[in-house]
Design a protein around this ligand. Structure first.
Ligand code: KIV
Ligand code: ZN
Length: 531
């Protein structure tokens, strides 16, 4: 019996289990600016495996050599989840995906194509019959490589139901084991989407031979509601992403769907295998690596999700937590912010607290974090959980192989002076380069000085700064996005936007770290693309 199972799992009806399919690395990575390199994808892939996600949408192997390599490495390293490679409904895509997932313990090909008339006519430029034939051939061909084939009926939310039933019956007959019903454009309402799934159950004669999956987008803010409505109608696989990231407005969020069925067991009567205590750390990991911040009021994992600010609410929670909290923050891994450390806590104290927060760092990584911790503790006297998380996230990104390392910055600014920055940067050749420039403000001057050394033309398209904790001595966290002037081309796909973040008591230093990280990522992507 796998370690994660207990007696109750054995006696539970498998139809009462919701299968969680994590598409953070595929649809999530399609969020503008979320481009991840192979190592970052692997780091994210291990987290869902640990929290017992059932299936991972590892990527779209034909889309770029980088995607192919990351799907291949995920297939080799992740042993406890189904690993899925996405394809369009054509044999070339399927050949490449089959090769990428060849070494997976539980490989799955995820193929499919559009079913709405707008997709069939304008995107596929074919007929309903032609599209159906292509879909059936893709499933049959995929079955030559794997036993597990998932078929997506793109834009099912806007398709004519009778045609959708016909497609589903045909692809199941051809060997599809999972049929994915996406609301690709986020157009459906919960009542409509629930009815669509009911209609499928009632009108597709062989539907009992496949699992019904749903994949909802959030264009009208209804992705999670649509997913839950579909589950109530009989869908048993939810396609979700951490923090709800994804194409355009994103996808249904894993933490929301899982916590809804867990908290409202009375309504859904289902369980998932997910260890929900991983939600908070994985949310921060995904946010740090993709550079997409978590909005403070985000359900389950937002900074304010368990903050009670009104006096009446605080009084209620102090008397009895459940007066205003329907979820225990510990159940989703929100760290206890009352535990604080100081410079006197020493290595052992820091190591212990980091382990409590789920960070087990290797020797040199720990030493780097310890040095940063001492600097912050010197300036701030006490360091709480939020500071620690910012430090670890900041240092963790630098474990990534930097091409250029920022050694020193010096800034002059003031209301009657010309903002000027001097930087010292160690280049790939190990040589130190020193340069200076001026700008409209200290950050502009700093970024210009860095540009003079590195020479990778780009435009700063987003810059945000947030205090990690309260008070004048708070650690500041800077998140930026830069757009490469020269796109990074991989198999015809252009990548331009790269993000970075940095944290420090000194916001100019935080801004410098953020910029260096984004630039190093851009340079690494360019190197990977030409390999
Ligand atoms: O939104 C969508 O339809 C998709 C499919 C590829 C599943 O992402
Ligand atoms: Zn999608």
């Amino acid at each position: 019996m796998p370690a994660a199972m207990d007696e109750s799992d054995v006696t539970r009806d498998p139809r009462d289990r919701l299968i969680i399919f994590d598409t953070t690395l595929r649809d999530g990575e399609q969020s503008p600016g979320a481009a991840l390199n192979v190592n970052e994808k692997l780091e994210i892939a291990h987290a869902p495996e640990e929290m017992e996600v059932d299936a991972l949408d590892a990527g779209f192997p034909i889309s770029s050599p980088g995607d192919f390599r990351s799907v291949q490495r995920i297939s080799r390293e992740i042993r406890d989840c189904v690993v899925c490679g996405l394809t369009r409904a054509n044999r070339k895509d399927i050949d490449v995906a089959a090769e990428a997932i060849r070494d997976a313990a539980r490989p799955r090909i995820h193929t499919g194509l559009g079913v709405s008339d707008v997709h069939i006519r304008h995107k596929l430029r074919t007929t309903r019959e032609g599209a159906l034939e292509r879909g059936v051939d893709a499933v049959r061909y995929s079955r030559r490589f794997v036993d597990d084939v998932q078929y997506y009926t793109e834009d099912a939310g806007r398709a004519e139901p009778e045609y959708l039933y016909q497609v589903l019956e045909a692809v199941i007959k051809a060997g599809a084991t999972v049929v994915n019903i996406p609301d690709t454009t986020g157009y459906s309402t919960p009542a409509e989407f629930g009815a669509l799934i009911r209609g499928i159950k009632e009108n597709v004669p062989n539907i009992d031979k496949a699992v019904i999956a749903v994949h909802c987008h959030d264009d009208l803010g209804m992705a999670t509601a649509n997913t839950l409505a579909a589950i109530l109608s009989g869908a048993r696989q939810a396609e979700v992403t951490i923090n709800g990231i994804g194409e355009r407005a994103g996808n249904s969020s894993m933490e929301e769907v899982v916590m809804a069925i867990k908290t409202r067991q009375d309504v859904f009567g289902l369980h998932s295998n997910i260890n929900t205590r991983h939600f908070y750390p994985i949310s921060r990991l995904v946010s740090n690596l993709t550079g997409i911040p978590v909005q403070p009021n985000k359900a389950i994992v937002g900074a304010n999700a368990f903050a009670h600010s009104s006096g009446i609410h605080q009084d209620g929670v102090l008397k009895e937590r459940t007066t205003y909290e329907i979820i225990n923050p510990r159940d989703v891994g929100v760290p206890d912010s009352e535990i604080i450390l100081s410079a006197r806590s020493g290595r052992a104290g820091l190591r212990h607290r980091l382990a409590d927060l789920g960070y087990i760092l290797a020797g040199d990584q720990f030493e780097k974090v310890y040095e940063r911790f001492l600097t912050v503790a010197d300036k701030k006297k006490t360091v709480d959980t939020r500071d620690l998380e910012a430090i670890v996230a900041d240092e963790a990104q630098m474990f990534f192989q930097e091409t250029y390392h920022l050694e020193q910055i010096q800034i002059t600014c003031g209301n009657f002076s010309i903002p000027t920055a001097t930087v010292r940067i160690r280049g790939p050749d190990g040589q130190l380069h020193c340069d200076a420039d001026h700008g409209t403000g200290p950050v502009d001057a700093l970024y210009r000085a860095i540009n003079r050394v590195i020479g990778e033309p780009n435009e700063l398209i987003e810059f945000s700064i947030q205090a990690v904790t309260e008070g004048i001595d708070a650690v500041g966290r800077v998140t930026i996005r830069i757009q490469a002037s020269e796109p990074v081309k991989e198999n015809g796909v252009e990548r331009r936007v790269f993000s970075g973040h940095g944290a420090d008591n000194d916001i100019i230093t935080a801004a410098a770290r953020a910029y260096m990280f984004a630039l190093n990522r851009l340079i690494a992507a360019r190197r990977e693309a030409v390999q």
